[in-house]
Unconditional design. Structure first.
Length: 71
């Protein structure tokens, strides 16, 4: 089991996959929706899924923190 398996570590690792080109706001997209206080990191979904597999044993209380996060 991986140490530091929590929401904070997941977000920290997620930020390492940021791609400046993917952060641009695309037409007809919810990216950059500031009205809802959301933050777009510009990470490809494949990378998100791969990271999620690494954190598969994360406690549900930490998953809830991710769901509540603006990221």
């Amino acid at each position: 089991m991986q140490e530091n398996i929590n929401a904070e570590q997941f977000i920290k690792r997620l930020k390492t996959y940021r791609s400046p080109g993917d952060q641009e706001i695309q037409p007809n997209s919810k990216q950059g929706d500031v009205q809802n206080g959301e933050v777009e990191l510009g990470v490809r979904m494949g990378q998100v899924f791969a990271l999620a597999k690494e954190f598969i044993e994360m406690p549900l209380s930490e998953v809830e923190k991710l769901l509540e996060s603006p990221i």
